[in-house]
Design a protein around this ligand. Structure first.
Ligand code: GAR
Length: 197
């Protein structure tokens, strides 16, 4: 059976695009069942639609406005995904943290991509944080990782793959980000290939 992926995004979706391209070219033998965004204006939704992949928008704000709990949001997202019966849930730039109410539905089946090495710069600003740390003389390289998401810790969990990324003396944050993203596109596809083999 061809493995089924649900891909969760919050923004540009360049890593989603790398997966779409890898599937289209036959490099990755998988089916993308759905792309979910928590942001309506995420460009990744356009990328998915262009590729003919079903998309869903699952926003947190209506839950907050109704006074509902984060766990309600998470339970509904899990139910939404269950409609597509994914073998793997891939967090490709998904900027929400999950509660146990989501995680318990997909044990050992949630994969997160993060633009830093294990234990370094968790959160939404890892590249900026690494760039600042470089200029304080604290690091001379950074990196990327793909890991499983077993619990509520942010950007932590059993590591599936890592790669170091050099920081060059004439880097701007933008040139460093571009190098990191290029490395991510390759590593994420390669890791998914290994996992779905
Ligand atoms: C990627 O750099 C990914 O590693 C990061 O969001 C970016 C999404 O880019 N994820 C995190 O920071 C998770 N904490 P994309 O939308 O172009 O794929």
């Amino acid at each position: 059976m061809i493995p089924t992926l649900a891909i969760l995004i919050s923004g540009n979706g360049s890593n989603l695009q790398a997966i779409l391209d890898a599937v289209a070219s036959g490099q990755l033998d998988a089916r993308i069942a759905v792309v979910v965004s928590n942001r309506k204006d995420a460009f990744g939704l356009v990328r998915a639609e262009r590729a003919g992949i079903p998309t869903r928008y699952h926003a947190l704000k209506p839950y907050r406005d109704r006074g509902q709990e984060r766990t309600d949001y998470d339970a509904d997202l899990a139910a939404l995904l269950a409609e597509y019966a994914p073998d793997w849930v891939v967090l490709a730039g998904w900027m929400h943290i999950f509660s146990h109410e989501f995680l318990r539905h997909f044990p050992n089946r949630i994969v997160n991509l993060h633009p830093a090495l294990p234990g370094q710069f968790p959160g939404a600003h890892a590249i900026a944080d690494a760039f600042a740390a470089y200029h304080r003389g604290e690091i001379d390289h950074t990196g990327i990782m793909v890991h499983l998401v077993p619990d509520e810790r942010v950007d932590e969990g059993p590591v599936l793959a890592t790669q170091t990324v050099p920081i060059l003396t004439d880097d701007t944050e933008e040139t460093l980000a571009a190098r990191i993203h290029a490395a991510e596109h390759a590593l994420l596809v390669e890791t998914l290939r290994e996992m779905t083999r």
